[in-house]
Write a protein that binds this ligand. Sequence first.
Ligand SMILES: [Zn+2]
Length: 166
Amino acid sequence: MMVYDTTHLIENKLSSLTDDFVAPSLVLEEIKGGKLKDYIDSIRDQIRVVNPDQKSLETVIRAAKETGDFDRMSLTDIHVVAVALMIGDATVVSDDYAVQNVCSHLHVRFSGVKIRTIRKEIVWKWRCTGCRKVFDEYVSRCPVCGHPTSRISVHTRDALSGDSQR
Ligand SMILES: [Zn+2]
């Protein structure tokens, strides 16, 4: 079972879509909003729409906050990972490093197509460039001294890849 993000649904040729292919409705809506409406209408019958349940969404949001990727993910990204988590035996296809990082954290299989997949799972934090205070969640400016923050990786471990089991 493959769960595709928007980029991959757009870029994959019609012939390469197989029947074990699913996407959350947010992915289809993103494409419908663009100039590819005719394309999506033509493959509509081949797409199985599966939307995540609340529990999966909450788990993915919590994981994304734990790794520090939350502010880099769209709602659609979160739905894509949550659908894979809910299905269980599924692979997320995405070239987005934040999506891959969160998948690894949740032991959800992932694969990239155009670029290499991540090798290290990263926990991101934000550090004030003034007073050096470190924040677990994204803040653009330090609430203590007002300086901007920069993103730092504070912990890494080998990422689980497309070959590993969840
Ligand atoms: Zn500061």
